[in-house]
Design a protein around this ligand. Structure first.
Ligand SMILES: NC(=O)c1ccc[n+]([C@@H]2O[C@H](COP(=O)([O-])OP(=O)(O)OC[C@H]3O[C@@H](n4cnc5c(N)ncnc54)[C@H](OP(=O)(O)O)[C@@H]3O)[C@@H](O)[C@H]2O)c1
Length: 233
């Protein structure tokens, strides 16, 4: 099988690429910054430069790649977080631009070359439904993505369409938080997670690979959050 993982040069996408390569699949990862390609190349994936916020470039990328089986959409930036009173509208708008639109653009541009028996897996976030203060913007962005899933699964049948909704995962997504503060934040967040820890990229990779390989799952949002959304009592 051939996988294309957009946003596969770090974090969850890179762990998914590794798992897919180890399972014997051919994997192409795409991202904007070529200086990040070596990690994917070292695990046996091929790499391509793509800014999925550019519609024409994304259409060209998929038509040049030819037929493939599984599309995994990990691209995002980290704009749009914060309490609503302080959240700048420009930052919230940017959050949509750097996550919703690149994933939607790829899903649409891939359709002519994605095999009909293949799959699309979006990566949303549990913030869509966790109802945590400070995440209204992230909730709106990720809920928009999740709203697409069952309808696309119905429209595009038999192609399967799913999403994985991660909780807090230790990846470069958090790199804007300085290292010492991030460690402290993760410890604090882990205390609110039912399994008592934040996620590792590999936790998410196995959920993503399951959705791509289980041919009886479609129209599903798979929460992979260690129980972060659960109430404490
Ligand atoms: N980490 C968490 O706690 C967490 C929680 C909930 C949801 N998520 C979601 O999980 C997904 C993966 O994130 P991650 O945590 O693995 O973060 P990450 O390590 O920062 O990965 C993001 C990937 O997307 C690529 N990318 C970003 N914008 C792109 C664009 N316009 N075109 C092509 N590639 C692009 C990045 O490479 P370049 O910058 O080089 O393009 C990178 O490969 C994201 O959708 C994120 O919102 C993460």
């Amino acid at each position: 099988m051939k996988y294309i993982i957009v946003g596969g040069t770090s974090g969850i996408g890179l762990a998914t690429a590794k798992m897919a390569v180890e399972a014997g699949h051919s994997v192409l990862v795409a991202g904007r910054d070529p200086s990040k390609f070596s990690a994917a190349q070292s695990i046996g994936a091929t790499t391509a430069q793509l800014d999925a916020s550019n519609i024409a470039a994304t259409q060209h990328f998929f038509s040049a790649e030819g037929d493939f089986d599984h599309l995994v959409l990990c691209a995002s930036g980290s704009a749009g977080a914060g309490h609503f009173r302080e959240l700048a509208l420009e930052d919230l708008r940017k959050g949509f631009e750097v996550k919703l639109w690149p994933q939607v653009t790829c899903a649409k541009a891939a359709l002519p070359t994605l095999k009909v028996e293949g799959s699309i897996t979006f990566i949303s976030a549990i913030s869509s439904r966790a109802m945590k203060p400070g995440t209204a913007g992230l909730a709106a962005i990720n809920a928009a993505l999740e709203a697409l899933v069952p309808i696309l699964a119905s429209e595009l049948r038999p192609t399967r369409v799913n999403a994985v909704a991660p909780g807090v995962v230790d990846t470069p997504w958090w790199s804007r938080v300085p290292e010492a503060a991030r460690k402290e934040l993760f410890e604090q967040l882990a205390s609110g997670v039912a399994v008592g820890r934040v996620g590792k990229p590999e936790d998410l990779a196995s959920a993503i690979i399951s959705l791509t390989t289980n041919t009886f799952i479609t129209g599903t949002i798979l929460d992979c959050d260690g129980g972060w959304k659960l109430k404490n009592s």
